[in-house]
Design a protein around this ligand. Structure first.
Ligand code: CA
Length: 226
């Protein structure tokens, strides 16, 4: 995993505690160093990104990681807890966020959860491919194709698509999606679900304002039909 934090004392504290928890963190003190470290080591599965940095801010680092097609699990480390920051982070392509000051236990729990979500799925699975309409979701390679074209998804978007395609035509509540994708320990608001749905629609729909596949079930949640 990667730890991007410009303040030496905080970075050392985080790295020492992550080593104790059994992780092998790679350190970066600037946004550009983090981007280089991720390019150099495709095995990195989780990145912690501080927001306030001397060169490019953490949101921009996050955007660039996604623009390069890297689906690494991303947790933003934000000093400010405002709603705006959380939403900006999620819109930038982050999977989760932790607000400073945080406890080591909280941080490692979030990292563990992200590893589980980005990790290898169990060997025994009922089907490797879910095919619906023009969509094919491959659960072995964790990829989605639309009419033969690869759709680049973050790990969270993949997890959402897996649930939708396992439950076609069935209305799923925001709470259920939040619980199943972000986990029981996630204390965020339902809004993260909406932000990710908006992103998925932009990737999947011909017209994201007139969704043909990812339907809104008013006052409840969402329904997938393809
Ligand atoms: Ca900082």
């Amino acid at each position: 995993m990667l730890v991007l934090e410009d303040e030496d004392s905080i970075r050392s504290f985080v790295v020492i505690n992550l080593r104790r928890a059994g992780f092998e963190p790679v350190e970066a003190a600037t946004g550009n160093a983090a981007l280089e470290a991720l390019r150099a080591d495709p095995e990195i599965r989780v990145a912690l990104l501080d927001v306030m940095l001397p060169d490019i801010d953490g949101f921009e680092v996050c955007r660039r990681i996604r623009a390069e097609g890297n689906g690494v699990g991303i947790i933003m480390l934000s000093a400010r807890g405002q709603e705006m920051d959380k939403i900006t982070g999620l819109v930038s392509g982050a999977d989760d966020y932790v607000t400073k000051p945080f406890s080591t236990a909280e941080l490692t729990a979030r990292i563990d959860a992200l590893y589980r979500r980005t990790g290898e799925a169990p060997a025994a699975r009922p089907a490797e491919e879910l095919k619906q309409g023009p969509f094919v979701l491959n659960t072995r390679t964790r990829t989605l194709e639309r009419a033969g074209q690869r759709v680049k998804l973050t790990q969270i978007e993949y997890a959402l698509m897996l649930i939708f395609m396992q439950n076609p035509g069935q209305p799923l509540s925001r709470e259920e999606l939040l619980h199943r994708v972000w986990g029981e320990g996630f204390d965020g608001e339902d809004k993260v679900v909406d932000v990710n749905i908006r992103r998925l629609r932009i990737k999947l729909e011909d017209d994201s304002t007139q969704p043909a596949y990812l339907h809104t079930v008013w006052g409840f949640g969402y329904r997938w039909d393809a």
